[in-house]
Write a new protein. Sequence first.
Length: 154
Amino acid sequence: MIGRRAFLLGIALAPVSLRIAEARPAMTVFKDPNCGCCGAWVDHVRANGFEAEVRIEPAINRVKARLGVPNDLASCHTATIDGFVLEGHVPAETIERLLRERPAVVGVAVPGMPIGSPGMEAPGQPPEPFKVIGFGPDGRRIVFAEYDRGYPGW
């Protein structure tokens, strides 16, 4: 028979155990062997609870083409997670929103490598504003998120 204290403790810890059971989907990150900022972005997503397998890919542009990343949205690394493509320095909170809302997009991209985006911190440099662009297979695009003063987590 379970005691009162054990029963109450079980009720109190139930939300924690349910959150642990709701594991996030694993992410695969494709990166050029010579890129350093990609590792900093991987550190960012891992610090925010994502599991990320890194694959060194010397022919990274082939991966981008295969996954449908438009050339003008390309950045230094590409990732996949739960059926979506992530291009560049996408903040973890935006990935969480993408997975929660599941919009009709192939993926989201932070074009270029804006200073102040996750993994692109530059001490002494002011962060640049940047947009996270959702892209579809038909060329349709939406602004999925905006960061007017860089990523606020830095």
